[in-house]
Ligand binder design. Structure first.
Ligand SMILES: *[C@@H]1O[C@H](CO)[C@@H](O)[C@H](O)[C@H]1NC(C)=O
Ligand SMILES: *[C@@H]1O[C@H](CO)[C@@H](O)[C@H](O)[C@H]1NC(C)=O
Length: 336
């Protein structure tokens, strides 16, 4: 009762006297709204912090991210939207350091480049979705480990196995993290070395027989093999050749993750924030939106809760050489 009376009184006084007080109130409300959003987000994500200092630090980053998301989405003329996700209390730099993991520099190239020859667009369907065709396993989660390269490799091998053999296995990223000595486990790697390992090892284990740990361990031998490949090819670095490759099967690609990419929620990502190839994903299709924007359909490895159910659509034929965020620069695929 007392509170209600006091509030009524303040409210009445405000109505009469104080526009500036209203402005102050709405500023406070705004800060309070962000604080409430942070609490709600923490509860949803199960996030806890070691102490108040850590919480304050994370709150500041969360607030900046939330404000960026709001102002970006409210600007309204973009082909994609951003949103909160489990990474929303991290800066872009922190995120990239922990959750990507493509390391191209200093690694010699073990593979060959296979060109498809000039593209005949009449032979290429206008849209393709390998997930719809049953050649893509559910989206997985690399966790806090720079093993994107293992997830990209596995998705491509799962895809070609389903296409050629008719059954879709779920394969072991952990085996690659532990056993591909040319790569660096959770500290990064490339897909071509992983393809080479699978060939040399005469196969790769099932996910259940060699489950994911999100950390590097010793290489274990497993008796059963769930899939084999006989070779792998690199795709010449342009989007026409990539399109040809994707019409045959899911394709491993490298991309440059920067700026707000990690806050992507839906639509066709169109920011060319190219800096360096630092992440690996799998192109599992392509299409064109109702308003005519061409996209690549990409399976990521940041769980189903990230982006568009774990996927992202990326602007295709943007005119950027090598594709937007470098998508056509380091594409490769396994063969059976
Ligand atoms: C959005 O608006 C900005 C500024 O007016 C403009 O430069 C940009 O081309 C617009 N983008 C789209 C996708 O319409
Ligand atoms: C691709 O197929 C999957 C499975 O049918 C579906 O959930 C998804 O929306 C499709 N995506 C596109 C872009 O067509």
């Amino acid at each position: 009762m007392a509170v209600t009376l006091a509030m009524k009184l303040i409210f009445a006084i405000c109505i009469i006297f104080c526009t500036s007080a209203f402005q102050a109130m709405s500023r406070t409300l705004n800060a309070a709204t962000i604080a409430a959003a942070h609490e709600q987000w923490m509860a949803k994500q199960g996030r806890t912090y070691a102490d108040d200092a850590e919480k304050q630090k994370r709150f500041k980053i969360f607030a900046e991210n939330l404000q960026h998301i709001e102002s970006f989405n409210n600007a309204g003329n973009k082909s994609y939207k951003l949103g909160l996700n489990k990474f929303s209390d991290l800066t872009a730099q922190e995120f990239i350091a922990s959750y990507t993991g493509l390391k191209i520099s200093n690694l010699p190239k073990p593979s060959k480049v296979a060109s498809f020859g000039p593209l005949n667009l009449d032979d290429v369907p206008t849209r393709l979705n390998w997930t719809e065709k049953g050649a893509v396993t559910p989206v997985k989660d690399q966790g806090k480990c720079g093993s994107c390269w293992a997830f990209s490799t596995v998705a491509a091998v799962e895809g070609i196995t389903q296409i050629k053999k008719g059954t879709l296995p779920s394969l072991s990223e952990q085996q690659l993290v532990d056993c591909v000595t040319d790569n660096h486990g959770c500290n990064g790697g490339v897909m071509d070395y992983a393809f080479k390992y699978i060939i040399d090892n005469q196969g790769i284990a099932n996910e259940n027989d060699y489950p994911y740990q999100a950390k590097q361990g010793s290489c274990k031998s497993v008796s059963s093999t769930a899939a084999t490949i006989t070779g792998f090819n690199d795709v010449p670095d342009n989007e026409e050749q990539l399109l040809q490759a994707v019409t045959n099967q899911p394709v491993s690609v490298a991309i440059s993750v920067c700026d707000d990419f990690y806050q992507y929620q839906e639509g066709v990502y169109s920011e060319n924030c190219y800096r360096q190839l630092n992440h690996a994903v799998t192109v599992v299709g392509y299409g064109t939106t109702d308003d005519g924007k061409k996209y690549w359909l990409i399976k990521n490895s940041w769980s189903e809760s990230w982006g568009d159910n774990g996927y992202i659509k990326l602007w295709r034929d943007s005119g950027v050489p090598g594709g937007l965020i470098g998508i056509a620069k380091k594409a490769s695929y396994p063969t059976i």
